[in-house]
Design a protein around this ligand. Structure first.
Ligand SMILES: [Cu+2]
Length: 279
């Protein structure tokens, strides 16, 4: 599959950012997530940050690896509750299978030989790509949970719903480093999962356009933030503790920074794509 070939190309290109532990261009995008983990989860920028990260990774596939296709998403509703039987883990046509043995290293498929450098968490260690599929937790991606999110009346409830069950269900359903809230983009499935999560946000936005092209808000610090951050931490673009459309999405040198307003519309000036429903 061309997408996988392009990802393998990214894994051969040298890193550009110089972030700790990065060796390949693929690592660079993982490093953005590591650098931004604290300020982009359980906050208003969660969905915008990940929309931009997925887009930038796709842009690198195109511009640096000659990829001509589109960013695929993983339609997880279909596989919810039974991730282990999903064709996405096919060793020949897919992303390789489940981890085995003590380290849960994947041993088949295109990425079995890749050495991850970032993770676990904020650590830098050479390790295999690892997975530990959990069918039970993968049920978080169920059609029921998705529909519940689609029916939320406002941004705060929709974002929290999407970041909850569907988002966590996909991460923990794959398990291993996909369950790592900091270093999860070490598994290429991260981008297919987050493209799906982003589609859920867009599907919700599309239920009430144009109003939902400007609906933003929520704290710009996670609930775990220490009191000194709540007091003093300045977030570029936001006047206070609330996430605004001017909030700067820091790409930590991988690609240009954007503001949330730039990524609100997937059919806008900066982003220009659409999500196609599965056949
Ligand atoms: Cu994330």
């Amino acid at each position: 599959m061309e997408y996988i070939d392009a990802e393998l190309c990214l894994m051969r290109l040298p890193a550009k950012t110089g972030h700790k532990g990065t060796v390949t261009r693929f690592d660079d995008f993982q490093a953005v997530h590591v650098q931004g983990a604290y300020l982009n989860h359980l906050v208003g920028s969660f969905l915008p940050f990940h929309r931009l990260l997925v887009h930038n990774h796709e842009t690198a596939l195109r511009e640096e690896c000659g990829y001509k296709g589109y960013q695929p998403y993983w339609y997880e509703q279909k596989d919810a509750g039974k991730f282990s039987s999903s064709e996405i883990f096919d060793p020949v046509y897919g992303f390789g299978g489940n981890g085995v043995g003590n380290g849960n290293c994947i041993t088949d498929g295109p990425f079995a030989k890749y050495t991850n450098r970032l993770g676990p968490g904020y650590e830098v260690t050479n390790h295999c790509m690892n997975r530990k599929i959990n069918d039970e937790t993968s049920s978080g991606a169920s059609p029921n949970n998705v529909n519940k999110c689609m029916s939320q009346p406002d941004w705060l409830s929709a974002w929290n719903c999407i970041e909850g069950a569907p988002h966590v269900g996909g991460h923990d359903g794959v398990g291993g480093q996909m369950s790592d809230g900091v270093a999860s983009p070490g598994d290429p499935l991260f981008y297919l999962h987050h493209a799906w999560i982003d589609k859920l946000w867009w599907d919700w936005q599309a239920k009430n356009l144009p109003a939902r092209l400007t609906e933003m808000g929520g704290s710009n610090l996670p609930p775990s933030a220490p009191p000194e951050d709540v007091q003093n931490k300045k977030i570029p673009g936001d006047p206070g503790r609330t996430t605004t459309l001017n909030h700067v999405l820091d790409m930590h040198g991988t690609m240009d920074n954007k503001i949330i307003a730039d990524v609100m519309n997937i059919k806008g000036d900066f982003l220009c794509f659409e999500y196609v429903e599965p056949a």
